[in-house]
Design a protein around this ligand. Sequence first.
Ligand SMILES: [Zn+2]
Length: 173
Amino acid sequence: MDSKEYSITRKCKRCGNIDVFPLSKREAAFDLYNRYSLWYSECSNCNSTQCASLGRSYVYLDESLLREWAYSEALRVNEQDEEVILGDETISDVNALFDLLDDHSVLFTKKKIIIEALCVVLHDYLTGDGLEVSNTLAARVRAELIKRKPMVVDSEDWIMDYVKQAAFPYLGL
Ligand SMILES: [Zn+2]
């Protein structure tokens, strides 16, 4: 069983009471809860349905969560900024992403998002002088992407222009 060690909190707009709803790691990582019904649920203290805010537990995206995400069309780690979240080493096991690129069970659409995320990492570690290669993550991302150039080219249309313009010269593209 997936134990409920994580949570989402709902703060009441009227009385400030905070209600806590348990979530499993998986539910928290992939936002698998009904945001709408939580938002409009009744405060356990004053019964008001006016919500001030919802806040969920922080979840580190480990290798096993990343793999599940990569195999499933339905799962999202974020509605809008997946490529930013995946490439942030404080939130995600970026090194696990390289293996997923070579995994035949990983969906093509997810591989494109991974490539985009890795290009964002390169972009983020570029300085005025070029790539900050002293950063080990950036150096490894660069080496791993160079090994997979055709895959990067295939994903080109998915990558934002400013990221592409910054990262591609460092991949020999
Ligand atoms: Zn209340």
